[in-house]
Design a protein around this ligand. Structure first.
Ligand SMILES: Nc1ncnc2c1ncn2[C@@H]1O[C@H](COP(=O)(O)OP(=O)(O)O)[C@@H](O)[C@H]1O
Ligand SMILES: [Mg+2]
Length: 335
């Protein structure tokens, strides 16, 4: 069932590539009739490519050697073409294919021998079903719009005895997480666990991270714990909807999985704990990032989930635990 969506997306990729190829051809026709010199040059380029291709077929070992492709000559021809374009008042990339994704050149796949889904395709799959992709609102909640003034300047007790205010504390968290996304994906610790009561800015900071990481071209799936476990339950037991199967794939495939509000899911005894362990463990083995937020205290977490889960969650080799503290800012009068 999930292949149906994949096929649909790939068909759209194909259509887009075809459309771009047609556009390029039209631009070529236009330019070549206006500037005959460019038409001749194009002919030489085509001949050059054809010669190389023939040489490769006859003698496949030539691959990767300089003989196979007379790179220098091709480059010269290309440069000449660009110069002529500019001279005749065209943009320098007028005869260059326009890719939405330069990495896979809009094919959706990367890799020579082993084909893998390109990040753009994984993200498209994740985004295609809005019912579980909870990434809207990132234009409002991101590092640029982070405003520490929403937090009161009241002292909060922090570990080590030093008194700092909630606002100062949040500024420190912002810096810490800014640095984290700068280092992403090479952070030694792949997991983040935000704990603290509601209205302390946990979801906001998760969104900041999601936006930054997406902007760097990595894949992100952000989902509330409630929705995640509903999908998992459905895909395991009944009426496996396309969405649910996609979620199941997505949670293992994406570079970063963000589970918001852990603890709000419907509790189904062993099922929840087992599934959560599977997710955390599998992603841990694949060295992928998982960020979680929860209103539960560390003690509550221990009570709610199995030891296997908490040993993954509280593994300080791999998890940075951040405790949010202070007053619920939703209860503050708007200034
Ligand atoms: N750093 C921030 N800058 C601006 N607004 C914020 C910030 N942090 C939180 N908010 C706003 O405060 C409210 C509560 O924050 P939220 O992240 O939802 O808290 P939590 O997830 O801890 O319950 C939201 O409306 C959010 O947009
Ligand atoms: Mg929240």
């Amino acid at each position: 069932m999930k292949d149906k969506l994949l096929n649909e997306i790939l068909r759209e990729y194909d259509a887009y590539r075809l459309e771009q190829r047609e556009d390029l051809k039209l631009r070529e026709v236009e330019v070549h009739s206006a500037v005959p010199e460019l038409a001749q040059l194009h002919q030489s380029l085509v001949t050059s490519f054809a010669e190389k291709a023939r040489a490769l077929i006859v003698n496949p070992e030539l691959k990767n050697t300089e003989e196979a492709i007379d790179e220098k000559r091709l480059l010269e021809l290309k440069e000449k073409e660009t110069a002529l374009l500019i001279k005749n008042g065209y943009p320098e990339n007028y005869l260059t294919p326009r890719y939405r994704c330069p990495v896979c050149q809009d094919t959706g796949y990367v890799g020579d021998l082993v084909k893998e889904k390109c990040n753009c395709l994984v993200q498209r799959l994740v985004d295609s079903s809005y019912s579980f992709s909870e990434l809207s609102g990132l234009d409002k909640e991101n590092f640029d719009s982070f405003d520490s003034n929403v937090f009161p300047n009241i002292p909060i007790a922090v570990k080590g005895g030093a008194q700092i205010t909630q606002r100062e504390y949040m500024e420190q968290l912002r810096t810490l997480l800014w640095d984290y996304q700068e280092a992403y994906p090479d952070n030694p610790r792949k997991n983040l666990l935000f704990t603290g009561k509601t209205g302390l800015g946990k979801t906001f900071l998760l969104n900041c991270l999601a936006k930054s990481i997406l902007d760097k071209g990595h894949t992100v799936l952000k989902i509330t714990s409630y929705n995640l476990f509903e999908h998992l339950f459905k895909s395991a037991f009944r009426n496996s909807s396309e969405d649910s199967l996609l979620v199941k794939d997505g949670i293992f495939e994406v570079n970063t999985l963000i589970i918001d509000d852990l603890g709000t899911e419907t509790r189904r005894n062993n099922f929840t704990a087992e599934e959560l362990f599977n997710i955390l463990n599998e992603r841990y083995l694949q060295r992928k990032h998982t960020f979680l937020s929860t209103n539960l205290s560390l003690t509550d977490l221990r009570e709610y989930y199995s030891d296997r889960v908490t040993s993954r969650l509280f593994d300080i080799q791999n998890t940075i635990i951040l405790q949010f503290q202070g007053q619920d800012i939703r209860l503050r009068p708007k200034r």
